[in-house]
Design a binder for this molecule. Structure first.
Ligand SMILES: *Cc1c(COP(=O)(O)O)cnc(C)c1O
Length: 395
């Protein structure tokens, strides 16, 4: 693997130099005012990225998985019922975590490649007249399949059912890359991490709580210590942490949110969309198909690409790594060996993306797939030529 090449895995993502430098800082006394000047702007920055005026943002030395645990342990009690759709590996893992915590999970099985079925959620909630269901779990962007689901539609289904359950959303591979409207969509907890849209190393688990989620915290009975947001909230009130914070990463997060907001969130989303359109044009030119079943589900942060039946897609990933020093994502779970994934989120430009597409082509041709060298690159070039590139230059 060459450090010169960008990575094309859907997280951890490429790090801009400014953020690498921001993370690499001398030891800071986390009980000094210097820390307050990092902590609070980082939390405020995340809130703006979430388009929330009301959320309380909690940041743990952890990862997205810790964000899931923060969400469930602070709002739910053993035996509580939750409803979650499984349409890929990440939604599966969150369900598994709930089960291991002694929650009763009503699982909606959805095909891998499909979105979250808002109508099925709605039916289940409407039937739950006793309101035994305490939370609805939703994975906004299923990173295993490259499927972006419609959280606004899920909120509408919840409202139509008149159900008071909390809406807990995994936005680990969507937040800071595609539009996320915490308040407008009535999201009660938004979960993410530092190493995807925020373009930082792994090491922070982020969970933003709505006022309604905050109101559920004291009654929740699932055991929690490290992830108890009440301890964290007390720490924040004193410009501190209940334990030792990851100061460098928080400094990086502060700068990351500043960079995203300076580029303009809508420009960030437009850049991701344009880059993704180029990747999708390349996939079509290769004669291959996406795992995502229809265009309304296409993710602007990751594409999972189906390879011909009988061909092990993992070979593309291995060969690209070994021969060309470029990382792509392997297929996970049900789609292992059937898809390879191109991550296209975070700090990425059109030109960087072309290098990934060119590499994927070389690997596929090396392995005897009927792909013509340059075909996908040319298709993406047409997209990138045609679009104004101002946002990409700022990235
Ligand atoms: C990456 C990812 C996670 C897991 O996050 P970690 O930071 O690896 O713990 C969870 N959900 C989704 C959708 C992801 O893409």
């Amino acid at each position: 693997m060459s450090f010169q090449n960008p990575v094309f895995i859907p997280g951890p993502t490429n790090m801009p130099e400014e953020l690498r430098r921001a993370v690499d800082m001398p030891t800071v006394d986390h009980r000094s005012s210097l820390f307050a000047d990092i902590l609070h702007p980082a939390r405020d920055g995340v809130k703006k990225v979430l388009k929330s005026a009301k959320a309380e943002v909690f940041i743990f030395p952890s990862t997205g998985t810790g964000g899931w645990e923060t969400a469930i342990t602070n709002t739910l009690s053993p035996g509580d019922k939750v409803v979650a759709a499984r349409n890929g590996m990440f939604s599966h893992r969150w369900i598994d975590m709930c089960q291991r915590h002694g929650l009763e999970v009503e699982v909606i099985e959805a095909p891998w490649g499909d979105g979250l079925p808002a109508d099925r959620y709605g039916e289940i909630l409407a039937a739950d007249t006793g309101h035994r269901i305490k939370a609805v779990l939703a994975t906004h962007n299923e990173t295993a399949t490259g499927v972006l689901s419609n959280i606004a539609a899920l909120r509408r289904a919840m409202d139509a059912a008149g159900h008071p359950a909390l809406l807990l959303v995994d936005g680990v591979s969507s937040i800071a890359s595609v539009d996320f409207r915490m308040d407008e969509w009535g999201v009660d907890i938004a979960v993410t991490g530092s190493q995807k849209g925020f373009m930082l190393p792994a090491g922070l688990g982020i969970a933003a709580f709505s006022p309604k989620a905050m109101a559920a915290v004291d009654a929740a009975r699932l055991p929690r210590t490290f992830f108890d947001i009440r301890d964290m909230a007390k720490g924040y009130a004193a410009n501190a942490y209940p334990y030792t914070p990851a100061v460098g990463l928080l400094n990086g997060l502060k700068l990351s949110t500043e960079m995203l907001l300076a580029e303009g969130l809508e420009n960030v989303f437009a850049r991701h969309h344009r880059i993704a359109e180029g990747v999708r044009a390349a996939v079509a030119a290769w004669g291959l198909e996406l795992c995502a079943q229809s265009p309304d589900l296409y993710s602007d942060t990751v594409s999972a690409i189906r390879t011909p039946a009988g061909f092990d897609a993992g070979r593309i990933v291995s060969l690209a790594a070994e021969k060309y020093g470029v990382a792509f994502g392997a297929g996970l779970g049900e789609v292992a060996g059937k898809v390879f994934r191109i991550g296209h989120l975070g700090s990425l430009t059109d030109v960087m993306t072309l290098s990934g597409l060119a590499t994927a082509e070389m690997a596929m041709v090396d392995l005897g797939l009927p792909v013509r060298l340059g075909s996908g690159v040319a298709a993406a070039q047409e997209i990138y030529r045609a679009e104004p590139n101002a946002a990409a230059k700022a990235a």
